[in-house]
Design a protein around this ligand. Structure first.
Ligand SMILES: [Zn+2]
Length: 417
């Protein structure tokens, strides 16, 4: 005997949709939501539960999804109209151009760009952003899009290291009690941040309970520098006057394995890019459940790297999440376009796994399990938190086909009447 789902007060409404993707449970074909005011209080299947159709609002041929999670960007570059450099540029050359073009931005300009990026993220259906911040960094107080703000720490000289570390501590203090912006820490990358400074970042992450994010294995040039002290990064560090003797190559003979083990001591770790990860490094990451890998598909494509090892990471049981990276290497901050890029170009991947990377997995990586961001959860999600796509798909394969080519609709998903 079915429990017939009915409204229980005049404030309540039942909404029907061809598909609902709660992300914390399997997709529901012909699903319903019961909402009290704006609060979703029940999610289910029309077929399983039965619904009082007379009291229901049928949204028609749509799929309802939670808002998305962009696990890696740099909002301070959100004023870029187009990526810096050209497709296929080497990472070392691109960084040189970014420093030349962007290094002189004032705090006020950075603040305006952060607001711009946050507004763009919100408009394209993103609920939560992992933002790498040049501190000091300030965010608009009330905003639909939550942020984990990773204070970036780098410096091959003792002075620069100490100054950036102190700025990160100040950033931590400034975000105490902030419900919308959570503190995170980001040792920038192995070519800019020596091992002892990375360890201090891990210590701060532990003291503050923060998530740590670091660019790792982004290019083959990074491996060359860490293992041999040579290559494109060594040359550009020398040319820029940043080289310090005694840092490269890293000691020990297995720099990336050692780095993975060091980072794994933090409460939660986002290992960003991982384009150049090898099998033994993937196996090592898989041992550490706290580490997630952030894949930025269109940025990866911009630099022209070989195929990303995302499938191997997933097969090893590693949590993979999606990021846009910044507008300095990507034309926009629209995370749905990263999903579509993978649906169209990585047909070896399970489409539902791609959707998880863009939603619940990103929230788990940034905030830990149980945040309920990136899911449609009764008692927690509001109907304003939903996004939708038009689809009349009768099967999931037909739905994925529509997802690969259709815009995500981010406003007015469920009417306000
Ligand atoms: Zn980045």
């Amino acid at each position: 005997m079915k429990n017939r789902i009915v409204t229980r007060s005049r404030r309540e409404k039942i909404y029907l949709a061809r598909w609902i993707f709660p992300m914390c449970r399997p997709p529901i074909k012909h699903g319903y939501l019961r909402a009290a005011g704006r609060q979703i209080v029940q999610v289910g299947s029309v077929k399983d539960d039965g619904v009082d159709f007379a009291a229901a609002v049928d949204l028609g041929d749509v799929a309802l999804l939670p808002r998305l999670v962009n696990s890696h960007t740099h909002l301070e570059f959100s004023d870029c109209d187009q990526p810096i450099g050209h497709p296929g540029i080497s990472l070392a050359d691109w960084i040189g151009q970014v420093i030349r073009q962007r290094g002189k931005a004032t705090e006020q300009q950075r603040r305006e760009n952060v607001e711009k990026g946050r507004a763009e993220s919100s408009a394209c259906g993103v609920a939560l952003v992992g933002d790498i911040a040049t501190t000091p960094s300030v965010y608009p107080i009330q905003h639909l899009t939550r942020v984990v703000s990773f204070a970036e720490v780098l410096g091959l000289s003792a002075e620069r290291s100490a100054e950036r570390m102190a700025a990160a501590e100040a950033h931590h203090a400034s975000l105490q009690g902030n419900e919308h912006v959570q503190f995170g820490i980001s040792p920038h990358a192995p070519y800019s941040t020596p091992p002892d400074l990375i360890r201090r970042c891990v210590q701060l992450a532990n003291r503050s309970g923060a998530t740590l994010s670091m660019h790792v294995a982004e290019s083959g040039a990074e491996r060359m520098l860490l293992e041999n002290g040579r290559g494109a990064f060594a040359e550009s560090l020398r040319a820029g006057g940043l080289w310090r003797d005694g840092i490269f190559p890293w000691p020990g003979g297995h720099p990336l394995l050692d780095l993975i083990d060091t980072l794994a001591a933090a409460p939660r770790v986002l290992l960003v890019h991982g384009n150049d990860l090898r099998t033994e490094e993937i196996d090592r990451i898989a041992r550490h459940r706290r580490i997630s890998v952030v894949y930025c598909p269109r940025t990866h494509h911009f630099f022209g790297y070989p195929d990303h090892p995302v499938q191997s990471l997933l097969e090893a049981g590693i949590r993979v999440v999606l990021g846009t990276d910044s507008r300095a290497s990507n034309p926009d901050l629209n995370l749905w376009k990263e999903v579509q890029f993978l649906l169209n170009h990585r047909t070896d991947l399970d489409p539902y796994a791609i959707l998880k990377m863009a939603t619940v997995a990103g929230a788990d990586a940034l905030l830990g399990a149980g945040s309920e961001i990136g899911t449609i959860t009764a008692g927690s999600t509001r109907i304003d938190d939903l996004v939708s796509l038009e689809t009349d798909g009768k099967t999931l394969d037909q739905v994925w086909h529509d997802f690969a080519k259709r815009e995500l609709l981010c406003t007015g998903v469920v009417g306000r009447s």
